[in-house]
Design a protein around this ligand. Structure first.
Ligand SMILES: C[S@@+](CC[C@H](N)C(=O)[O-])C[C@H]1O[C@@H](n2cnc3c(N)ncnc32)[C@H](O)[C@@H]1O
Length: 289
């Protein structure tokens, strides 16, 4: 399977100098794992208990074919699984000329959502001399792409102190000064109100939220709350600007009738070849009429 999957994406990886990619997606019932490669490291998400012999065979294949020398296991099941211990490790990962701190060991996610690689590149292509707002910014990967591509100013918003620090570290790693790349530890919905009061206007607003989240007892759900988010963003969007809205919620339905006047277009070419056929996310571009 490793050789087969690699053959499908080899040219894409080589032509774009990509060293962080998805190799195996959990679609095979006999191998309930997803494998992401970060240089010579493999992050293995395990969805059900698998035989130690199968894990050993998978590791051996990754070592031989891809020279992987460190393995990081993530339990994606609700049950306790018997999976190997993972060592603590951070690395620097390059993607299209941008650098990111990747935490391979501590969380389920590493700091870079690989399925949005081409979306980040596309945002970079639109960002020169633009003012960018990145909400639900996580480790700030969209922000770094935009800022390195010549954005005038960037604003990154995340509710988590830990992730706000991660954004700052990624900005510093890419020699991007905090003077024109602001980081706000704030609820994204509240930030839209703040921006409106401060008369801030953005050319590009990125909204890529989780499906659900909880903050101070208030719960957020993308299906229920996306009209509030999009309407909040429309109020601080420049007349010629656009919102990139993305969701990985499989049953997501855009509630067009609850939106302020705008034009919504689904963008279909953001899924990279290593995620083909898996529908990892959906992207929408939203403009003012
Ligand atoms: C799915 S990740 C977002 C991925 C990110 N857009 C990217 O491409 O890397 C979820 C992030 O949303 C943040 N978050 C959750 N609820 C939030 C809220 N109400 N306001 C701001 N950030 C929030 C979390 O702290 C986390 O960093």
């Amino acid at each position: 399977m490793i050789n087969h999957n690699l053959a499908e994406i080899k040219t894409y990886l080589a032509e774009n100098n990509i060293s962080a990619y998805r190799l195996i997606t959990n679609t095979q019932t006999f191998l309930p794992v997803t494998v992401d490669i970060y240089q010579d490291n493999a992050v293995i998400h395990v969805f059900e208990q698998i035989e130690p012999a199968i894990i050993a065979e998978l590791e051996q294949g990754l070592k031989t074919i891809l020279q992987v020398n460190a393995f990081f296991y993530k339990n994606r099941s609700k049950d306790t699984l018997n999976i190997p211990e993972s060592p603590a490790k951070n690395i620097i990962q390059e993607e299209y000329g941008n650098n990111f701190i990747i935490n391979l060991s501590d969380y389920l996610d590493t700091g870079l959502f690989l399925d949005h690689r081409e979306t980040r590149k596309w945002i970079a292509d639109q960002s020169q001399n633009k003012t960018i707002l990145n909400t639900f910014a996580y480790s700030g990967s969209f922000t770094v792409f935009a800022a390195k591509a010549g954005a005038l100013k960037t604003f990154s918003v995340d509710i988590s102190k830990v992730y706000c620090e991660w954004i700052k570290e990624n900005l510093a790693l890419n020699n991007l000064p905090l003077e024109n790349n602001w980081v706000y530890k704030m609820d994204s919905l509240e930030f839209f109100q703040y921006a409106k009061r401060k008369k801030l206007i953005f050319d590009i607003i990125i909204i890529d939220p989780p499906t659900f989240s909880k903050n101070k007892g208030k719960s957020f759900s993308i299906q229920k709350d996306h009209p509030r988010l999009i309407n909040g963003a429309l109020e601080v969007l420049s007349p010629s600007g656009f919102i990139l809205f993305s969701s990985n919620y499989r049953d997501f339905r855009m509630a067009d009738k609850d939106l302020l006047p705008c034009l919504v277009t689904e963008r279909y070419n953001t899924v990279p070849p290593d995620f083909e056929g898996t529908q990892p996310h959906r992207c929408f571009i939203i403009n003012k009429p």
